[in-house]
Each structure stands twice: as structure tokens, then as C-alpha cells.
Ligand binder design. Structure first.
Ligand SMILES: NC(=O)c1ccc[n+]([C@@H]2O[C@H](COP(=O)([O-])OP(=O)(O)OC[C@H]3O[C@@H](n4cnc5c(N)ncnc54)[C@H](OP(=O)(O)O)[C@@H]3O)[C@@H](O)[C@H]2O)c1
Length: 207
């Protein structure tokens, strides 16, 4: 299968790319950081790097599995912070995924097969004041996913929303790690299993 993974230079996306490659699939790994992607591709011959800033670029192509994972995590609230991070978080966490589904899903719908996997977040369950910009965009992504799920019903294309709890990745840099956390590989295992076993709907995973 041909698998497209966004945010694959590190963290959960990188672990997903490695897990799909290890299962024998061809993987297109998307991110902005050329060095990290080149290193990943050098270590895994089935992985092809694709350098793109999804805030304004929309890669094209035909894939069997699309994993929408890239996101910007900016800690902080919406009120009283000097820098307003909501707009940039919105572009990557919501608009980029909207543009990607419009660009990449039509071939899957036309042939009546394939799998869309969206990486959500447990932060959509209860709003926390220290990350309102991020959590708001993830809530919007969840709403988009629920719309895609309805639009894809009966099409033959599967879709899954994976909502992890805290996962130890670079997005925690500068913050105290939570007392209980997942490793990126644990989330990647659920992503690959959802595709292999055809698990659909919202799946949660916590440390
Ligand atoms: N870590 C957690 O605790 C946690 C918990 C729940 C859900 N999640 C979700 O899990 C997913 C992955 O999180 P993570 O912690 O693994 O993140 P991460 O370590 O911060 O990595 C984010 C990835 O997204 C890419 N990316 C960011 N902006 C991009 C852009 N404009 N264009 C292209 N690629 C971009 C980054 O690559 P470049 O910088 O090279 O572009 C990187 O590969 C996200 O959807 C996040 O919301 C994470």
C-alpha cells in the first residue's frame, strides 16, 4: 500500500512512518525539516521524503492510506498572552487538513477503497485553560472529522480518529512532562492496527 503521513519528521508521525514501512508499505513522509526527513529516508528505504509547509502548500498524489498527523502545539491561552498563536495553529491544525482531504480523498472515493486516519487529541474532551488555542483547533478538527465520516459513509473509504493522551514528543519541550504519558510508538501501533484490522470511528489511547 502507499501511505501518506504528515508531520513525519519526528514524534508520532515519524513513528507512524517507521511502523508502516516496517509492515512493508511504501510511505511518503511529509514535513518542513529537510534534515530530519532525509535521515529518516536514509534509515528506511521504503520511506520517501516530501518537504512541504502545509500551512500554505498542498501536496498532490494518489495514496491508499492518508494519515493526517501534523500539528502545531502552542501552549498558552487566548487571553492575556503577548503573542496570539491562534491563527498559525488554525492554519496547520485545521485548514491544512481541510485542504489535504479535498486534494487527496477524491481518488479514494472514486475507486471505493482506502483509509483516512486523523490524529486528534484527548484535549477535545475537557478544555484546559493553559492550552485553549491548541485545544480549540483540535475540537474543530474533531468536528471536521465527524463531517468527513458522514460524507464517506457508504463510499468504501474507511476513516478513523485516533485521540491520544499526553505523548512524550518534542511538543513537550520547555514544559514539565506529564506524570503519565504514551510513547509515540504506542500511538503508531494503534494507527497501523486501525488500518490493518479496519478499525473505524473514534479511538482513544492514554498512558
Ligand atoms: N504529544 C502529545 O502529547 C500529543 C497528545 C495528543 C495528541 N497529539 C497530536 O499528535 C500529533 C503529533 O504530535 P507530536 O507531539 O508528535 O508533534 P511534534 O513532535 O511537535 O511533531 C509535529 C510534526 O508536525 C510537523 N509540522 C508542524 N508544522 C508543519 C507544517 N506547517 N507543515 C508540515 N509539517 C508540519 C513537524 O515537522 P516540521 O517541524 O519538520 O515541519 C513534525 O514532524 C498532532 O496532531 C498532535 O496534536 C499529541
Amino acid at each position: 500500500m502507499d501511505v501518506f503521513v504528515t508531520g513525519a519528521s519526528r514524534g508520532i508521525g515519524r513513528a507512524c512512518a517507521v511502523a508502516f514501512a516496517a509492515a512493508g508499505h511504501r510511505v511518503t513522509a511529509v514535513a518542513r525539516t529537510t534534515g530530519q526527513l532525509a535521515e529518516l529516508a536514509a534509515a528506511h528505504p521504503r520511506i520517501t521524503p516530501l518537504v512541504a509547509d502545509l500551512a500554505w502548500e498542498v501536496p498532490k498524489g494518489t495514496y491508499d492510506v492518508i494519515v493526517l498527523n501534523a500539528a502545531r502545539y502552542a501552549p498558552g491561552g487566548l487571553l492575556g498572552t503577548e503573542r496570539d498563536v491562534f491563527g498559525e495553529s488554525w492554519e496547520v491544525n485545521v485548514m491544512a487538513n481541510h485542504r489535504l482531504t479535498r486534494a487527496l480523498l477524491p481518488p479514494l472515493i472514486a475507486r471505493g477503497s482506502g483509509h483516512l486516519v486523523v490524529i486528534g487529541s484527548s484535549s477535545t474532551e475537557k478544555m484546559a485553560g493553559h492550552m485553549t488555542a491548541y485545544a480549540t483547533t483540535k475540537k474543530c478538527l474533531r468536528a471536521l472529522y465527524e463531517g468527513w465520516e458522514e460524507e464517506l459513509r457508504g463510499s468504501g473509504v474507511r476513516c478513523t480518529l485516533i485521540a491520544p493522551g499526553a505523548t512524550l514528543t518534542s511538543s513537550w519541550e520547555g514544559e514539565a512532562p506529564p506524570p503519565r504519558y504514551l510513547l509515540p510508538e504506542q500511538v503508531a501501533e494503534l494507527v497501523t492496527r486501525s488500518v490493518r484490522d479496519g478499525l473505524t470511528g473514534r479511538l482513544t489511547i492514554r498512558g
